[in-house]
Write a protein that binds this ligand. Structure first.
Ligand code: SF4
Length: 313
């Protein structure tokens, strides 16, 4: 039996690429933990990163090319598989045109930095523009809201050292989104220790919600209305960053009309949250960040962008 080894590496499951220490024995990975010496992630890993020994050794892991014949799968030589796939793709393209062939890149594949350019080249040669990712399939609101709202090209001011952080349905301590890449718990501890107001809108009492200055637990689906009510208060009470908005934003009157129906008192009753005292902690700036998780829809994302533009940027 060979002596156990520990190697430094990085997790390729998602594009955060956390630093990891890989324990191995006799050529098998036995344990994956965060690498405390990593300069950015400093020992952080999520459950997906730590589950890699089980992933690698899982009985259903695909280790060879397989072909379905009827309802059964059987092993197939990789050269033969490539020939058969190429032949069938050529038939589809000839019969229906190149747009009949689509590709899909998931998060796992984007962490492998040569795969995405390879698939792009492959699709370009086929002549098909039908390349998809999780963005249009499971969270189109992310890009649609960006296109509708416009983009602030510089990083959000205050994202590193915010005075206020508004998280909507996000739990970055276990799934990253919403905080800067790195070590989410450490990032959360430092600004909250110096007084950052963490506001969490989430029906669940998540670990990050338990640390919040204010945790709103609305009925599911009411987060867009809560954001609209917050924006209405910001505009009605002139709490916005007037200089930034005057220099960099337009459409303020349109926004004012759009949020006018969202009376905070009415929204509070519908969403089953306390009376509308929750609007004011959003404002004390000057720096802040508002971040929904990947889940929320276009309305929520767009309003989070409007809230950021109004008083955080
Ligand atoms: S966040 Fe999780 S899945 Fe992503 S790189 Fe880090 S450990 Fe891996």
């Amino acid at each position: 039996m060979n002596a156990p080894t520990i190697r430094q590496s990085f997790c390729r499951v998602c594009n955060c690429n956390c630093g990891i220490l890989v324990h191995a024995e006799d050529g098998h990975v036995t344990r994956v933990i965060g690498d405390p010496a990593h300069p950015v992630t400093a020992g952080y890993t999520c459950v997906k990163g730590r589950a890699q020994p089980e992933l690698l050794a899982h009985a259903s892991r695909l280790l060879r090319s397989r072909k379905r014949i009827g309802s059964e799968f059987t092993d197939i030589d990789v050269e033969q598989a490539m020939d058969e796939i190429a032949g069938q793709l050529a038939q589809i393209r000839d019969r229906h045109g190149p747009r009949a062939i689509a590709s899909y890149l998931g998060t796992f594949i984007t962490a492998n930095h040569v795969t995405a350019p390879l698939i792009d080249s492959f699709m370009r040669e086929l002549g098909s523009p039908m390349t998809f990712t999780p963005i249009p399939i499971d969270k189109p609101g992310k890009e649609i809201s960006r296109a509708l709202h416009g983009t602030w090209q510089a990083p959000a001011q205050g994202f590193d050292r915010p005075d206020v952080c508004l998280l909507i349905g996000a739990n970055p301590s276990v799934s990253y989104t919403g905080f800067p890449s790195g070590h989410p718990q450490r990032w959360l501890r430092e600004p909250t220790d110096r007084g950052m107001r963490l506001i969490v809108v989430d029906p669940r009492a998540t670990p990050v919600a338990r640390r919040a200055f204010l945790h709103l637990q609305p009925r599911p689906g009411h987060d867009p209305a809560i954001l609209a009510a917050m924006i209405r208060v910001i505009l009605a009470e002139d709490l916005l960053d007037a200089q930034f908005v005057a220099e960099h934003a337009e459409g303020l009157d349109t926004l004012r009309s759009a949020v006018a129906p969202f009376d905070p008192a009415v929204v509070a009753v519908a969403a089953d949250v306390p009376p509308a005292t929750w609007c004011s902690p959003l404002v004390p700036g000057p720096g802040g960040a508002a971040g929904p998780s990947p889940g929320p829809d276009r309305a929520c994302r767009r309003r989070a962008r409007c809230a950021s533009t109004s008083c955080f940027c």
